[in-house]
Write a protein that binds this ligand. Structure first.
Ligand code: SAH
Ligand code: SF4
Ligand code: F3S
Length: 481
């Protein structure tokens, strides 16, 4: 029999990390003032969740978080490689951080995440950023305490980027979540899809799912800690469980998690259309806590481009899928990702994308200009479309979506929605609307009313709408599930 739990990092190895945390803690406790750490995160929710782990480890070591890099003793930059722009921003900011070392040479500067997992980037840091102390890739995150201790003990600069490409799962590490109502909950790591434009499978390794009991235990803890809006995370949550061999798929997991009692909402991202199923939509529709929100990226509305992207579905197949989802959940809030200017994309291909946007009627779109990632198959494909043509397509796409967006927002006028208040609004002209929150579908609502509190579920009647937000008056309180 295959031992699937062998993918978990052995408890003894985790215990060693906890021991390193303890050693650093003892050292820090001797200082007259607690030292500080500063974290900056680029990239997606997975990276944000990883930063929460790093912050958790640093807090256990006795460091206090600061929002000012200049006063930090440890600086951690968690990087993203998905587009060139993200990488440029990271290198831009590194100059600033390494400058801090001129006056405070004891600062420890760390870089981690997807970008540094690439060999050529690690080499560049080695050569051009000599003040960076520790560079560790995505597979090495759980070993951060050991690496930091080594460096604090005087080791030379540390570069740890290899690790097991199949990846392993580390359970039992501390976490420091952002204060508020919202929490990330990773259910799986990595990606097996190898879309031809995408760097993620190379820097995050193969898909691996956490054990359902570990996920459920974390959810119970989050609910007990008062988190009300919990997002399950994975690059393709729809393939959850395939590697576990226990006959459980994502819909089963959702149903199991939904049974955890409490006043909270459960959402998830990202879904890959090729693995989304009717069973999933049924589970969403039946769930008590599961939000009617779906982020279902289609990337392109041309079958030829989809094939070259290795996406595994067709335009019409995709449109049928969202129709099915809406049959189960007529109030579904739908969003998507689109890439404009994939190598070889013609005007006709692009018209297909506009067609999906018009027929799909999305609440929100994340649109990207194709960015060449070295090492991916698409980087080798001929790409003769001039940059201005790509930019023109991009602009037309934004215009098309804007009018759809406005219509969809307008349709909420006078509707009554359940909103979780999650912050204070900072809009000056809208001072009457003192609070902000999210609907079940994730739409932003600015709320006015008496006695509003962050963390409350309230019923809101929508009074007016704009492209970015709905505006409403509180008409009742309470969680409906
Ligand atoms: N796993 C998720 C998304 C991961 S990356 C999914 O498959 O849906 C987030 C988005 O970045 C992708 O959906 C895609 O639209 C965009 N993206 C990824 N690689 C890109 C590239 N090379 N150029 C432009 N956009 C890219
Ligand atoms: Fe990238 Fe495709 Fe995996 Fe998403 S599914 S992370 S786009 S390879
Ligand atoms: Fe970026 Fe890595 Fe996420 S490349 S988008 S941070 S998985």
């Amino acid at each position: 029999m295959i031992d699937f739990t062998s993918r978990q990092i052995p408890k003894a190895d985790i215990a060693h990390q906890l021991d390193c945390i303890e050693q650093i803690h003892r050292r820090n406790a001797l200082r007259p003032e607690p030292p500080h750490f500063y974290c900056q995160t680029f990239g997606c929710q997975q990276n944000e969740a990883d930063t929460e782990r790093i912050a958790g480890m640093l807090a256990e070591m006795g460091y206090v978080r600061t929002q000012d890099a200049a006063e930090a003793d440890v600086i951690v930059v968690n990087t993203c490689a998905v587009r060139e722009h993200a990488e440029k921003r990271v290198f831009g900011i590194m100059g600033q951080y390494t400058h801090i070392k001129e006056t405070r040479p004891d600062v420890t500067i760390c870089m981690c995440g997807c970008m540094v997992q690439q060999e050529h980037i690690a080499e560049k840091i080695k050569k051009s950023y000599p003040r960076v102390d520790i560079v560790f890739g995505t597979h090495m995150l759980w070993r951060f305490p050991e690496l930091l201790l080594r460096r604090l003990n005087g080791s030379k600069r540390i570069f740890e980027i290899s690790g097991d490409p199949k990846g392993e799962i580390a359970e039992g590490l501390p976490v420091q979540r952002d204060a508020g109502c919202h929490a990330w909950l990773s259910i799986m790591y990595g990606c097996n899809n190898f879309c031809t434009y995408c760097i993620v499978p190379y820097v995050r390794g193969r898909e691996r799912s956490r054990q359902p009991e570990d996920i459920e235990a974390e959810l119970r803890q989050l609910v007990a800690d008062g988190y009300k809006d919990i997002t399950l995370l994975g690059q393709n949550v729809n393939s959850y469980g395939k590697d576990l061999g226990i006959g459980m798929d994502f819909a089963d997991l959702l149903t199991r998690l939904d049974a955890v009692p409490g006043e909270y909402r459960l959402r998830f991202m990202t879904s890959h259309p090729k693995d989304a199923s009717e069973k999933l939509f049924a589970a969403m529709a039946e769930g008590k806590h599961i939000c009617h929100q779906l982020h279902l990226p289609f990337q392109s509305g041309s079958d030829a481009v989809l094939k070259k992207m290795n996406r595994g579905y067709t335009k019409e197949g995709y449109l049928a899928l969202i129709e099915q989802a809406r049959r189960y959940m007529p109030d579904l809030v739908l969003s998507s990702d689109i890439i404009v200017g994939f190598p070889g994309e013609t005007e006709e291909d692009f018209q297909g994308t506009l067609d999906v946007v018009r027929r799909g009627q999305y609440d929100l779109l994340y649109t990207f200009l194709y960015s060449k990632r070295s090492g991916t198959p698409a980087a080798e494909m001929p790409d003769n479309t001039p940059a201005e043509d790509k930019q023109d397509r991009f602009n037309r796409l934004l215009q098309t979506q804007e009018s759809i967006n406005q219509q969809r927002q307008d349709a909420y006028q006078d509707r009554k929605l359940s909103v979780l208040i999650d912050g204070l609004s900072n809009g000056k002209q809208e001072s009457e609307y003192t609070h902000c929150g999210r609907t079940d579908g994730g739409l932003l609502v600015l709320v006015r009313g008496e006695d509003l509190h962050i963390g409350d579920f309230v019923d809101v009647e929508i009074e007016r709408t704009s492209l970015r937000a709905l505006y409403g008056r509180e008409i009742g309180k309470g969680y409906h599930g």
